[in-house]
Write a protein that binds this ligand. Structure first.
Ligand code: GUN
Ligand code: FE
Length: 422
């Protein structure tokens, strides 16, 4: 349908901390929000209507950081800190995606569950394997979801069975991946340059990836300042840099002309923060993962209130859920612990702020996404909170809050760029 109306209780966050709930009709034209009407204008009576009266409709949520191949062990492996967790659980599992059958069937389960979640846009890490990465991209495109996927780059500091032999081989595979993606015609699932993190990538490889990103105008994603041991390790691997972010920035892989998402940024110091803000680097705040691998608590409220680009990431499978409503709840909860135990100058994140991160904040990485405003792509989820009924009435804001905190809600319908996918 090129033009249609959707009826329901539209809830979005035009500014951080501002929740807007409007009951009425949204006109969608060519996949974009066109106009909102509290009552149906006479002139639109003939337009097809999708009637979700009294149901909450939110923008589709944006997951700025997740690892698709790790979904196969999601909900296990919760007993180690980052470095040991990577060696013990992550590398052995990701290595299995060399097998095309294992990759195909694992990604089918991942894509099915992502489709049924509230997420419409994503930045996903895959594995080292070019063909498995293309398989993932093909499945995501077929599901109607939109976002970015990265074939990983790793040529040092992981076991031989899960490492590229050298920079030359890694670059050849990366170029093959990009060319094959272009040949397959996957317009809505695009490549993103993905050095796993600085410890996994030699300087000459990082430099070559910087050139490739610039030549082909590609965005990049990686990890930054997640864990204190990791930061020390990066300092010893790159002694000529003064902060972790510089190990990406010196090769043009830190915002500016190269749209960038950095996961975590828990321990970023002043210089790193200043460069992130100046270059418009997107911060993927991943509170569930930060709890599970005992990384720490990022200053998300500071980032949000002081003008940084920031959204949420599930970081599956460091994070134990694809459900960004649950990640929103964790963001509020860990911000309270940070306020109590770390920094009493930054009051906790509110529901409206956490919701902003999951919608408007993260959505802006993908263009005009994350709001029900004219010109924005119509990404939406219709929430089914029937199972959460209680013996009193709730306002739309309270319904959203309960949907996030209680879990157990369902997705009644889902739209991506105007196309109904559920
Ligand atoms: N740092 C490098 N690789 C990873 C990963 O797979 N997960 C998390 N949380 N941090 C990382
Ligand atoms: Fe991660």
């Amino acid at each position: 349908m090129r033009v249609y109306l959707v009826r329901g209780v539209f809830t979005d966050a035009p500014e951080p901390g501002k929740l807007r709930c409007r009951e009425g009709y949204l006109l969608v034209e060519d996949g974009r929000c066109c106009a909102f009407y509290p009552t149906l204008p006479e002139a639109l009576r003939g337009v097809p209507l999708l009637d979700f009266s009294h149901q909450l409709i939110t923008p589709g949520l944006s997951d700025l950081h997740l690892h698709a191949p790790q979904y196969s062990y999601c909900g296990t492996a919760m007993d180690l800190e980052l470095m040991d967790w990577l060696s013990r659980y992550t590398y052995p599992e990701e290595a299995r995606y060399a097998d095309p059958d294992y990759a195909k069937s694992s990604y089918q389960i991942f894509v099915r569950d992502l489709l049924h979640s509230a997420t419409t846009r994503f930045c996903a890490f895959a594995t080292l394997h070019t063909d498995a990465t293309l398989e993932l991209m093909t499945q995501l495109e077929a599901a109607g979801l939109r976002g970015y996927v990265g074939k990983l780059n790793m040529n040092r500091n992981s076991p031989d069975y899960y490492r590229e032999p050298d920079t030359e081989c890694g670059m050849a595979e990366t170029v093959r991946w990009l060319n094959e993606w272009a040949r397959r015609d996957l317009p809505n699932v695009c490549p993103m340059i993905t050095p796993r993190f600085t410890p996994s990538v030699t300087d000459d490889y990082m430099e070559a990836l910087g050139h490739l990103a610039a030549e082909r105008h590609l965005p990049m994603q990686s990890h930054l300042s997640e864990n204190r041991d990791e930061i020390q390790w990066v300092q010893s691997l790159c002694p000529d840099t003064s902060f972790y972010g510089e190990t990406y920035a010196r090769y043009g892989l830190f915002g500016g002309d190269c749209p960038t998402v950095m996961a975590h940024c828990i321990y970023s110091g002043e210089a790193e923060q200043a460069l992130m803000r100046q270059n418009g680097v997107y911060i993927a705040h991943c509170p569930t993962s930060n709890e599970n691998v005992i990384a720490g608590i990022a200053p998300a409220a500071h980032y949000l209130r002081d003008g940084y680009q920031i959204g949420l990431g599930s970081d599956v499978a460091g994070g134990h859920t694809l459900n960004l409503f649950e990640v929103m709840t964790a963001a509020m909860q860990v911000s309270k612990l940070r306020w109590r135990y770390v920094d009493s100058s930054e009051s906790p994140l509110t529901l409206a702020e956490a919701f902003y991160l999951a919608t408007t904040g993260g959505g802006s990485f993908f263009g005009k996404v994350g709001l029900f405003e004219p010109g924005y792509e119509f990404d939406a989820v219709v929430l089914d909170d029937a199972a959460l009924k209680n013996n009193r009435a709730f306002s739309p804001a309270e319904r959203l809050e309960r949907y996030a905190y209680l879990g157990g809600g369902k997705t009644a319908a889902k739209f991506v760029a105007g196309v109904r996918v559920l």
